[in-house]
Design a protein around this ligand. Sequence first.
Ligand code: NAD
Length: 501
Amino acid sequence: MPQLQLNYINGRWTEPRSGQSFERENPATGECLGRFPDSGREDVAAAVEAAASAFESWRFTPAPRRAEILFGAAELMRERKEELARGVTVEMGKVLAEARGDVQEAIDMTYFLAGEGRRQSGLTAPSELPDKLCLTLRQPHGVVAAITPWNFPMAIPCWKLMPALVLGNTVVFKPSPYSPLSAANLVHILEEAGLPPGVLNLLFGGDQAGARLVEEPRVAMVSFTGSLEVGREIAAYCARYGKRVHLELGGKNAIIVLDDANIDLAIEGSVWSAFGTTGQRCTAASRMIVQDRVAPAFTEKLVARAEALVLGDGLDPATDVGPVVNRQQLEKIERYMEIGRDEGASIACGGARATGDGLDRGYFFEPTVFVDARPSMRVAQEEIFGPVTTVLTCSDLEAAIEINNGVQYGLVSAIFTSDMSKALRAMERLSTGIVYLNAGTIGAEVQLPFGGTRGTGNGHREAGQAALDSYSEWKSVYIDYSGRLQKAQIDRHAGDEARSG
Ligand code: NAD
């Protein structure tokens, strides 16, 4: 039996009190990658206790000092980028070049947030009264529960941990059971960079461990990235108990291709956005909304490119598309093939598990394009989260925008057109949190806010300086140095009344 990895609680690598564990396999080969704790109620309580105890001293550690530790962690990630990237590929399957991108995003985010150690600036404003100052301070919430999915096992934890930590929160981090290796790698780095005990705690485990963490009374904020269904459950719980909650949920993102677009460029953007990361990105383009006149040529080229993609182990440089993450996901994608056919859509390419050449050992699905589809069909409405996209046709820009906005999610839209006024009209009217003009749906950078509207979130944003607003709240401070009791709204106007009287 493989050796058990340990939880990290109060600065020590600790055996789970639950006595339970799970194994994770490489989704490309079926090889066992290790055994990890399945944390129980006592483990969750110990991690939260450690984070709660560390909070007072961490929040009063000067922010530039906190940031120095993050900066050191970014340096270590940079040195170990290749090793970290290989860890990502073997546990969740994305090809190595994309895994390097995942790690690079983690590095960029960590440097960016380390810079916030010397900013975190607020507001100073004039007072309506003499000898009085008005200013604001950011305050951390306390213990933050960071619950993450498996598809960006380095970047997404850094989106959450780094702003939480630089602002003075302490954290209990519960990664997905499908990406435990990267979580351990990241926490080892933060430990080595000098985070004091208790400031960051790592709890391995499945969905139940996540649910228990949310329910711990001393957890002040839950930062969750994952599916719509789980996010809504967590939000309902947090509303009932007055916890802050930050949600980043699913997507049903679209690329619009107008008649006047550079079609070859649109095809490049579409292939990358639909099939990159095996379609398992929250920003994946699972709908192509193509204007009637160019739809046949666009579809023909898209299908040819999808058919030519090479499936395989992400460590193999010849591979374009890796496996999907697990058996359940493979079966879910298969079910959508039936759902699509039953609704009347046709499969132009793909549509089945990929086998042969060693692919049977892993969870591979052929890149798939649905055609003859309508916007209301389930395959054009629901998040499938695999290498599957649906081509829809439209008569003009207005129809394209209506189709784009007609889903419950609101993460990303993209439009390819050479008409600047159409591009700018679309930019204003596409109702997603992120819009790309003449690029695919993938390519967010850490300095801009990241997140979606409607079912994709609850109004918060990751990344950029917007992230600071999720992990802190404002304290307004009034400093009166007049030496007398001055009453705002009363003393200021008392003089006016005397004058007018
Ligand atoms: P998931 O919702 O199944 O799980 C996410 C995390 O929540 C895991 O750590 C899981 O163990 C935990 N969890 C599950 N049930 C829980 C519960 N009841 N209480 C607390 N924690 C619980 O999602 P997944 O399959 O890991 O990830 C895929 C989903 O994530 C997709 O929907 C994708 O669109 C979304 N996603 C969104 C973004 C974004 O930024 N909007 C980014 C990446 C992924």
